[in-house]
Design a protein around this ligand. Structure first.
Ligand SMILES: Cc1cc2nc3c(=O)[nH]c(=O)nc-3n(C[C@H](O)[C@H](O)[C@H](O)COP(=O)(O)OP(=O)(O)OC[C@H]3O[C@@H](n4cnc5c(N)ncnc54)[C@H](O)[C@@H]3O)c2cc1C
Length: 286
């Protein structure tokens, strides 16, 4: 595949031995940075992706993927590589007090793909990273932190802390801030975050069951404890429970039976993350 893409190398040099020049520097190797890296690779544009972590994230964060997302995977030529980490065509059932209130099963394929699917974010990111191997003009550097940058009329000079702790400058025409919701690039440019987030905290649990769950998300419309469960690839199932006012995450973790209809068939696997809006861990079938 690699041979089918021609790369345009950037000629500019800065005269500094520790510096290099590329057309585009992408900050962050999350799904956004890796996707843009693949798109730029297909266009033959020399690109450097800089990621401060030592490897890709192994947190199964995002779970829902819409038809636009699938269309982008198709455009990247990675649809088949990603298919094993995607569960296509999810419908939703809304239940209350044991009664089915509504079924939502979108049949439209406006983009040629189902409207709602679920996926495994770490596998998805791995497929995107693998996809980058097709392009000689796209490089990824882990354990490299973008510390600062400076804009001139024609370029951006980026200062990167390398894995050995030294500082390196890279000159580029475009710097893409794919550095997540708490983007430091955005903050340094004084660009405010638009939009809002949910006020409530939720407990998020990923479990693996013995059998493939049906492709149905269940919303439990219980004002006493709103909850949702969503099937995911590889016999996965996510459970989300809203924390009530005054409840602590620690308390919820100690009530593990909330999360497992049959606790004996599950074992606590791994505490994953404690984030602002959710407490996050995984369960594996025992
Ligand atoms: C429990 C949970 C459930 C979620 N569910 C969904 C969902 O269903 N659907 C959905 O769309 N989203 C969901 N999300 C959010 C989703 O995970 C994020 O939207 C997604 O990861 C964003 O991708 P990104 O590439 O923009 O940013 P990130 O994944 O945050 O990646 C940014 C990367 O930039 C790196 N970085 C940051 N600063 C620097 C720097 N200075 N130098 C170098 N590297 C840097 C970070 O290390 C990170 O790897 C969920 C999140 C959580 C926690």
């Amino acid at each position: 595949m690699r041979d089918t893409y021609t790369c345009q190398r950037h000629d500019a040099t800065t005269g500094n031995q520790d510096s290099e020049a590329v057309s585009v520097v992408i900050v962050g190797a999350g799904p956004t940075g890796l996707t843009v890296g693949n798109l730029l690779g297909m266009a033959g544009i020399d690109t450097l992706i800089v990621e401060r972590n030592a490897s890709l994230s192994d947190y199964p964060k995002a779970i829902s993927l819409d038809d636009e997302g699938l269309r982008i995977c198709q455009a990247l030529g990675l649809e088949s590589a990603m298919s094993k980490s995607i569960l296509l065509n999810i419908s939703a059932h809304y239940v209350s007090a044991g009664r089915l209130l509504a079924k939502v099963a979108p049949s439209s394929k406006r983009n040629g793909h189902p409207l709602i699917s679920t996926f495994n974010q770490p596998e998805f990111e791995t497929a995107l990273l693998e996809g980058l191997k097709r392009f000689e003009c796209v490089n990824v550097r882990f354990q490299s932190n973008v510390e600062s940058f400076e804009q001139t009329d024609s370029r951006v000079i980026v200062t990167i802390r390398t894995p050995t702790g030294t500082l390196q400058t890279v000159t580029c025409s475009y710097l893409l801030a794919c550095d997540g919701g708490r983007s430091t690039v955005r903050q340094k440019l004084n660009i405010p975050m638009k939009g809002t987030t949910f006020a409530q905290k939720w407990l998020v649990i990923d479990a693996i069951s013995a059998e493939d769950p049906p492709p149905i998300a269940m919303f439990f419309c219980n004002p006493g404890r709103p909850a949702v469960t969503v099937p995911s690839p590889h016999k996965g199932r996510r459970w989300e429970f809203m924390l009530l006012p005054g409840e602590t995450e620690k308390e919820m973790l100690s009530k593990r039976t909330y999360c497992c209809p049959d606790p004996a068939s599950w074992r606590f696997c791994q505490f994953h993350d404690y984030s602002q809006n959710g407490l996050y861990f995984s369960l594996n079938a025992s």
